[in-house]
Design a protein around this ligand. Structure first.
Ligand code: SF4
Length: 370
């Protein structure tokens, strides 16, 4: 883990990823009274702050000194798409020019943010635009927190899902720092139980998360319950096959005392035969897991197709009849590039070469799995 007390190279923007204690240590490390760190952290979270001079209570001299360090915000919004259903997808440009997506999903009772943990992704799921060009870099904790803060300033956030671009457990330290900064009372004060981390399966880190942050909900993106199909859809399965990941997930569930959650993107021609349903139900029964079925949102550059409503219904009924407990996630943001990686890809590719996405944004994810 990077040293949280190190001065913020390139500006105050890194403070977004700090707890109050880390911000105090940072202030002391650059020769300021420790309370200034906390004051700056609190000041950054006020709506409309864009420069050091906007931070309340600093005085012109200190504001000028801090402003000279570099940018105050981890990113700026360059594009946004708003769906008729209220879903808002923002593309943020980071300090080094790279771009990252975050999605706001409001309902009557919740405001969930789907957040990215890396620029691009190394996992390379065949249905996802984020993995098409591999991973560009890890996000800093500040860049993760800011995706949420950006939307929070418009409407208070209630839930967070790490289901944007990147494999969160490949950027474990920064994701952990972000979770801790998000929970800090001087930041957004968002408790761990409101956070869901979605992984494609990294056994060692799954077990580590149970020790480090047992209140966070971890969901396993299984997408197929046999190694042959899963290795085709999620190449990472060749490195850590199903049994290895499921055993780690079972250890996690036992340790945290909550039921396992399985995410399953429904790909019409790839993982929806009766055999796939039977194998999924068997895994769910064996581990007492809850399944979230997510109908795929088809886009260019991936070989997959969206299933029909009748296909989704038939698959869900078969799994349920075999004893699998499940929820079919509703579709959000269908009229915008809301699926993971689409907006970034569209913004970065010539007109007419729009990207692909991991599926419809699931609604209501973020409730701790019971
Ligand atoms: S679905 Fe998730 S893990 Fe798979 S390539 Fe996309 S971002 Fe990576």
């Amino acid at each position: 883990m990077s040293d949280p007390a190190a001065p913020a190279p390139g500006g105050l923007w890194r403070l977004w990823g700090m707890t109050a204690a880390e911000a105090r240590a940072w202030a002391a490390s650059i020769g300021l009274p420790a309370f200034r760190g906390e004051q700056i952290l609190q000041g950054l979270h006020r709506p409309g702050v864009a420069t050091a001079a906007d931070i309340k209570g600093l005085g012109p001299e200190l504001a000028a000194r801090l402003g000279a360090l570099g940018p105050v915000l981890p990113g700026t919004e360059v594009t946004r798409q708003e769906s008729r259903d209220g879903t808002v997808k923002s593309l943020l440009r980071l300090h080094d020019g790279r771009q990252v997506e975050c999605v706001s999903i409001p309902t009557a009772v919740r405001h969930t943010i789907c957040v990215s943990s890396q620029v691009g992704c190394a996992v390379g799921c065949t249905f996802c635009a984020s993995g098409l060009n591999g991973v560009e870099r890890d996000l800093d904790a500040a860049e993760i927190v800011y995706q949420i803060a950006w939307h929070h300033q418009r409407r208070p956030v209630t839930n967070i899902v790490f289901m944007g671009s990147g494999e969160p457990l490949f950027n474990y330290d920064q994701v952990l720092r972000a979770i801790r900064a998000l929970g800090d009372e001087h930041g957004l004060g968002l408790g761990r139980r409101r956070i869901t981390v979605s992984t494609s399966g990294v056994p060692k880190r799954i077990r580590q998360l149970a020790d480090d942050e047992p209140q966070v909900t971890l969901a396993f993106s299984i997408h197929a319950a046999d190694n042959e199909t899963r290795s085709r859809i999620v190449p990472l399965n060749r490195r850590w096959p199903l049994d290895e990941v499921l055993e780690a997930m079972a250890d996690y569930s036992t340790k945290v005392g909550r039921r396992m959650t399985l995410e399953y993107v429904l790909l019409a021609e790839a993982n929806m035969t009766p055999g796939h349903a039977e194998r999924l139900a068997a895994v769910a029964r064996r581990f007492g897991a809850h399944i979230n079925l997510i109908p795929y949102n088809p886009v260019m550059e991936t070989p997959h197709q969206r299933p029909t409503t009748a296909q989704v219904k038939a698959f869900a009924e078969r799994v349920e009849a075999l004893g699998g407990h499940l929820t079919v996630r509703g579709q959000r943001g269908a009229d915008i590039d809301a699926a993971c990686g689409q907006l970034k890809r569209r913004a970065e590719t010539p007109a007419g070469e729009g990207g692909g996405g991991k599926g419809d944004i699931p609604v209501d994810i973020g409730t701790p799995a019971g």
